[in-house]
Ligand binder design. Sequence first.
Ligand code: 13P
Length: 278
Amino acid sequence: MLLLLCALSDLCGKCFSMEGGVRMNAKRRPILAGNWKMNMTATQARELASKLVPLVSAVKDRDIVLGPPFTSIASVAEIIKGTNIGLSAQNLHWEDKGAFTGEISAEMLLDLGCRYVIIGHSERRQYFSETDDTVNKKVKQALKKGLLPILCVGETLAEREAGKLNEIISRQVTGGLKDISAGDMEKVVIAYEPVWAIGTGKTATPEQAQAVHAYIRSRIAAGDAAVAAALRILYGGSVKAANAAQLFDKPDIDGGLIGGASLVAEEFMAICRAAERR
Ligand code: 13P
């Protein structure tokens, strides 16, 4: 697969790191996205967003995104209006509208100012039975409506230890992105989040993360090398200020999807700063 990546990318003149991945590329603008999960009332969200705005206002070369829960989106939108901070939801439904009690549509999110939507987070796969098929429907709906999907993939510890890492990642990437055109792929972001590293304080080493990011890029490159070279792949799983720079230094890691550490303004700011291009 890697050979195929190299062959395809050589044809389109992309450069490579010694590790085999496509070198971190000025065209791949880093994204630092905070996934607030089921935290922050609307009042608390307003406070956190208000603290963050001045802390990250000078950041111009990276996309900074906040992902509050649905009930706090409107209050965060009000605070970040006109700033360099973008807004994400944590889920959406694949239908336009109708009798789907408790669900939220793309149009509702767009109306509140969302530009991104996190799809297929492992917590949704684990606790809410999301499958590659429903994830794929959601990715398609987001793209159809003009939201940028952040597609989450990642293996459990048991899967990694059973030697199934590549199989799981490949299945989730292929399944989640089934029938997505090359044009639409320009709007897709992938987040690699090893399940064993989420909320555990146990971060993947930069080398472990880089290896999976390079693998994901190689899977995409097998279909279209140019799409793969431009695709932004974020790492998520116990990212904090203390480990962010080493992770973001790797050639195929284009930023982070940050959970717990994004709930503390100074910590999130430090992570955003760590993504500065060297
Ligand atoms: P933590 O950063 O809390 O480990 O969460 C990662 C995550 O799941 C982001 O989506």
